[in-house]
Design a protein around this ligand. Structure first.
Ligand code: FMN
Length: 140
């Protein structure tokens, strides 16, 4: 998730605990992100991007975020899917609720540069080779 401060200084940091809350919102757990929280307090504009590293397609989402604290009446609604993901492993002192203003597809250049030989399956095979990973039998 990328944020920026009141001077336009940008920052980006990885977020693993997030969920699509509804058609317009993504929720991100603030577990250890004081910089993101501070930036969102100064400038609500954020950008999220994520990809399926095997298929090598994903999305970029531009939107505005609020940093919702547990004292907010609607906190448990937004935090619900995140608590379900982390259980008792991590506290979630606040939730970044991102309202999407635009959504853009991200797609690896191979799909455009080598269309005749690039499929989702060929990308998965290539990523498995590059990462030295193996598919478990019975799992896609
Ligand atoms: C793979 C990975 C996943 C992470 N997931 C989260 C997360 O879901 N929520 C969170 O608050 N921090 C998460 N972190 C930790 C933050 O990215 C890290 O503390 C970062 O320095 C926060 O930067 P910030 O304070 O500028 O936001 C993750 C880190 C890694 C490496």
């Amino acid at each position: 998730m990328a944020t920026s401060d009141e001077h336009g200084e940008t920052s980006v940091s990885p977020k693993e605990v997030w969920a699509v809350a509804d058609d317009a919102h993504i929720v991100v757990a603030n577990i250890a992100s004081p910089g993101s929280a501070m930036n969102i307090g100064a400038n609500a504009k954020v950008c999220l991007s994520f990809i399926d590293i095997f298929v090598q397609k994903g999305f970029k989402i531009i939107g505005t975020a609020t940093d919702l604290k547990p004292s907010a009446p609607e906190f448990s609604k937004w935090a619900g899917p995140l608590h379900a993901m982390v259980g008792d492993c991590f506290p979630i002192p606040s939730v970044f609720v991102v309202c999407a203003t635009s959504v853009h597809r991200i797609i690896a250049p191979s799909y455009a540069f080598y269309p005749s030989e690039t499929t989702e399956e060929s990308q998965v095979q290539s990523a498995l080779r590059n990462y030295g990973a193996h598919r478990r039998v019975g799992h896609d």
